[in-house]
Ligand binder design. Structure first.
Ligand code: MG
Length: 269
């Protein structure tokens, strides 16, 4: 008796699809020519991920990053209040909050991205609770003032406050998973993955909420958290439709000494 090797049903369908499509790529053809019991059937060769050269030093921008602040100038930033050039204090590779000037935001707008930022609470910080090194990283700035989604920046090294308002929190929404604060005077890092919310074309419906993953000093503090809406100081968060948005830094009105930033870069996803 003669036995004939028969293609599996998935393979047969794939081959048919390839014939019907006619213009099927070589890669697609390659992926359809193996039986599902063959290890090669599940191996992908194209498209090839882009080559990105990592920074020589951990935390520095890789080759495809947009540097939002790398020292020397704040050309990527404008005042939120009127869109004129930002006038926080630049000293070498350090950007310090100018509390008299107010919040600043990027000239560019973003949707989904990976972001790195470093901040330092000054060694001579004073104050307590929310009035001690308060700033904030607004993951999307949706209007004037503090409109948007705030990832809190605060000195919580031996300084307590409401837990959904401490550093690493999505302000008044999501308590951080840990408090890996460093003492004042030392640099801290945020590494963020932001997935922007999606709205219907007419802006009447939320298609998918925003999500965020955050590492503070290398420690996971927000794990793919699904936001309930924009940050509200009073009342519950809610969404209003918006498109690609700037990234904003907060000049908080408390009396404590201003904090500093350095090495801010972003990779749109
Ligand atoms: Mg804040």
């Amino acid at each position: 008796m003669t036995h004939f090797a028969c293609p599996s049903l998935p393979r047969a369908l794939a081959l048919s699809a390839g014939l019907l499509l006619g213009g099927v790529s070589l890669t697609q053809a390659q992926q359809t020519q193996y039986d599902s019991t063959d290890h090669r059937a599940t191996e992908i060769y194209s498209p090839v991920p882009p080559v990105v050269t990592p920074a020589a030093k951990v935390g520095d921008p890789p080759s495809d990053a947009i540097v939002l602040f790398g020292g020397k100038n704040e050309n990527e930033w404008v005042k939120v209040s009127d869109g004129t050039p930002a006038d926080w204090i630049v000293d070498g590779d350090i950007l310090t909050v100018n509390k008299n000037s107010g919040n600043i935001q990027t000239r560019r707008v973003f949707s989904n991205y990976q972001l790195h930022l470093e901040f330092r609470i000054p060694a001579n910080i004073t104050g307590s609770d929310q009035a001690r090194g308060n700033s904030g990283l607004f993951l999307a700035s949706t209007g004037k003032g503090d409109d948007g989604y705030e990832l809190q920046i605060l000195d919580n090294y031996k300084n307590t406050t409401y837990t959904n308002g401490q550093v690493g929190s999505i302000y008044k929404q999501s308590v951080p998973l840990a408090n890996p604060s460093r003492p004042p005077g030392e640099w801290s890092s945020y590494d963020v993955v932001w997935i922007a919310p999606v709205f219907s074309a007419d802006g009447t419906k939320l298609i998918s909420p925003a999500r965020v993953t955050v590492f503070l000093n290398g420690v996971l503090v927000q794990n793919n958290y699904e936001l309930k809406g924009e940050t509200r100081y009073i009342g519950q968060p809610y969404y209003h439709a918006h498109g690609p948005s700037p990234i904003k830094l907060q000049a908080h009105g408390d009396k404590s000494e201003p904090i500093s930033f350095r090495n801010i870069w972003v990779r749109p996803l």
